[in-house]
Structures are given as C-alpha cells and as structure tokens.
Design a protein around this ligand. Structure first.
Ligand code: IPM
Ligand code: MN
Length: 361
C-alpha cells in the first residue's frame, strides 16, 4: 500500500471463522484465504481467522457432527467462510443436516443470497447470451419451507407406507425474507424489479401466504416493480429470457432448485457462490458446488466460486471496495485467462488460478 494513503487505513480487525470442510473444500478455501490476505493488505483492514474442522473426517473419527459449543462460538465472529460439506463415506443427510442446515438454522441465516452473473459469453451454455443478459440474484428463504424437516412415516416399511413432508411457512419468516428482497432490489439499483417465484396454482396454502405478503410489503416499495412467475415457468424463463430477471425471491426448496440452474447458466459450479445471511447476525459464505470428492487433492478444482464467496463476505461486513476489487479481478482472470470454468479444464491449476486473482487485484 502507498504509505501516504491514509484514506485506505481502517482500524477494523475482523474475526472470521473458517470451516474448510470436506473434499475439495480445503483446497478452494486456501485460495480464498490467499486472496483475502492480499486484499486486506491493499485496503488496510486486519482480520484473524480461526479454523474449525467440522466435516466428514471429524465425524468418522469422533462420531460428532457439530460440537455443542459450535453455535455459541461461531456467533462471536464477524463472518464464517465455509468450503464444502459432504463425504462419500457418510450417508447423505447426516453432515448436510447436522452441519450446514444446523448452522443456517441456529445462526438464523434466513436469507440464502445467490448471485447469477455471467462473466463471459464463452461460459454460457445458452446460445447468444452475453454478460448483459445474465445478471440477476436469487433471494432464497433459508430456514423454513420443506427444509424445516416436518413430516412423518406411517406404516414404514410396509406396502401401506405413507411418507409426508410438510412445507412450514410462517408469516414472520416469509415477511422478513420478502422485506430483505425488496431492500436488496432497491439497494442493487439496477432494473429495480423483484419477481416472486412460487406455485400459487397448486400450493394454495404456502404460496397464498407468500403472495399476500409479497404484495402487502410491495406497497412500502413503490420504486420497485413487482412480478410473479410460477417455479416451472421461472426455470423456462431462466433459460429462454434470463435478461428479464433482476432479483427473484422464493422459498427454500424452489430456491435450492433454481439456483443450481442459475449456476449452470452463469457457467457452472466453478463460479457459483452464495451467502447464508443473517442481516442482524453472523453470516456464512460458501461456494455452492459441494465437496466434489472425485477432484479432491488433484489441484484441478476451480477456486473462483470460493474466491467470489470471500468477495460476498467482505461486502456483507462492510468492505465494499475490497469486495469489488476481488470481483473485478475474478472477471478479468475468467475472461482473459481461463479456457473453461470446469475442474481440470481451466488451463491452470487451482493454486495458479488463486495466484492469478491475487496478481490482478
Ligand atoms: C445448497 C445445498 C444444500 C441445500 C444441501 C447440501 C443440504 O444443495 O446449499 O444448495 O439443499 O441447501
Ligand atoms: Mn443446492
């Protein structure tokens, strides 16, 4: 940093919890931290990290998914940076529910924020779409809906078995999510258009509540245009006319599904980042691609999604300029250097991509 540049000095010392997790998680987290370190030096803020070994390995060794003290400890940080959760030797659901979902719920990270932004036309599987066409954000409700875990088996294992899974939606939970989405759309200040994605023609309880709440809250945001699309149609428009979207708000399950589609439209899991946000508390940022066990320790996975998560983390804790500098470097590296965004096909290794982003800051 330029010694005379007092403007950039900032006496903040952030506390960041790091959960590298499983599979390729640790590799991409390492690159994210490399970029964080360089950015902190450039912008003159300080931070400390504390590592937590939650994940499949720890579970296999100790039988514990999340220690009792974890939530209390994590809630003392400014933010959490997570790599990936999911281990091939652990039955699906145990780690996902026991760590990822448990933290989202316990830390009341009621928003899952997932930007869908195309950095270069080459990365888009849809013909003729450019970065101008694909630039929207999904605001996914993150603590209710089908993820609440309500339901039961009846007559389990018999030929009369019935399994129910209930979508749980509270007025307060829906409203705080919708309100966040309106605020976000206003702050983002692009098309200023918020689309509710639901299924009002079939899910006539859950999305009735969502729809009523949406239009009631909308009255407080006359500057934000409102729109509605059923979830199936949303999937269609995301491929056919992604340029129609600015911000989409939806429930937990639909948000999960449409953001994987979003990730593909923006170029794949190698670039897709997300934030589990508690606007009043501690938020957690992660690449959304998962642990990708088959690429583990090969130095081939794309770290850009993890690096973009660091950018989102910095934005959330108030370091917008630092966040932008990371995003700009990622865009340049993706556009000018990488052959593709896929693991093993980038033309560079994981660590080299991290170095390129640092150089481009
Ligand atoms: C995601 C993931 C998780 C989810 C899984 C791993 C539980 O798919 O973050 O989108 O369904 O929310
Ligand atoms: Mn998902």
């Amino acid at each position: 940093m330029d010694g005379g540049d007092q403007e950039n000095m900032n006496d903040k010392n952030y506390k960041i919890a790091v959960i590298p997790g499983d599979g390729t998680g640790p590799e991409v987290v390492k690159e994210g931290l490399k970029v964080l370190e360089a950015t902190a030096a450039n912008f003159g803020f300080k931070y400390e990290t504390v590592n937590y070994d939650f994940g499949g390995e720890r579970y296999l060794k100790t039988g514990e998914v999340l220690p009792e003290t974890a939530v209390k400890e994590l809630s003392t940080f400014d933010a959490i940076f997570l790599g990936a959760i999911g281990h091939p030797d652990v039955k699906p659901g145990i780690l996902e529910k026991g760590i990822l979902l448990a933290l989202r719920f316990a830390l009341e990270q009621y928003i899952n924020l997932r930007p869908v932004k195309l950095y270069d036309s080459r990365f888009c599987p849809i013909k003729d779409k450019t970065p101008e066409d694909i630039d929207f954000v999904v605001v996914r409700e993150n603590t209710e809906g089908l993820y609440k875990g309500m339901g039961e088996f009846q007559n389990k294992g018999t030929k009369d078995e019935i399994a129910t899974q209930i979508s749980y939606n509270t007025r307060k939970g829906v409203e705080r999510c919708i309100r966040y989405a309106f605020d976000f759309t206003r702050r983002r200040n692009k098309k200023k258009q918020l689309t509710l994605c639901g299924k009002t023609n079939v899910l006539t309880y859950a999305f009735d509540l969502w729809e009523r709440t949406f239009y009631e809250v909308a009255k407080e945001y006359p500057d934000v245009k409102t729109d509605y699309a059923h979830v199936d149609a949303t999937c269609m428009w995301m491929v056919k006319n992604p340029e129609w979207f600015d911000v989409i708000v939806t429930d937990n399950m639909f948000g999960d599904i449409i953001t994987d589609l979003g990730a593909m439209v923006q170029g794949g899991m190698g670039i897709a980042a997300g934030g589990n946000v508690n606007p009043e508390g501690v938020s957690m940022f992660e690449p959304i691609g998962g642990s990708a066990p088959k690429y583990t320790d090969k130095n081939v996975i794309n770290p850009l999604a993890a690096i973009c998560s660091v950018s989102m983390l910095l934005e959330e804790i108030g370091e917008s300029k630092a966040a932008n500098s990371i995003e700009n470097s990622v865009i340049t590296v993706a556009r000018e250097k990488l052959k593709t965004l896929g693991a093993g096909r980038m033309g560079y290794s994981t660590t080299e991509v991290g170095d390129l982003v640092v150089k481009g800051l």
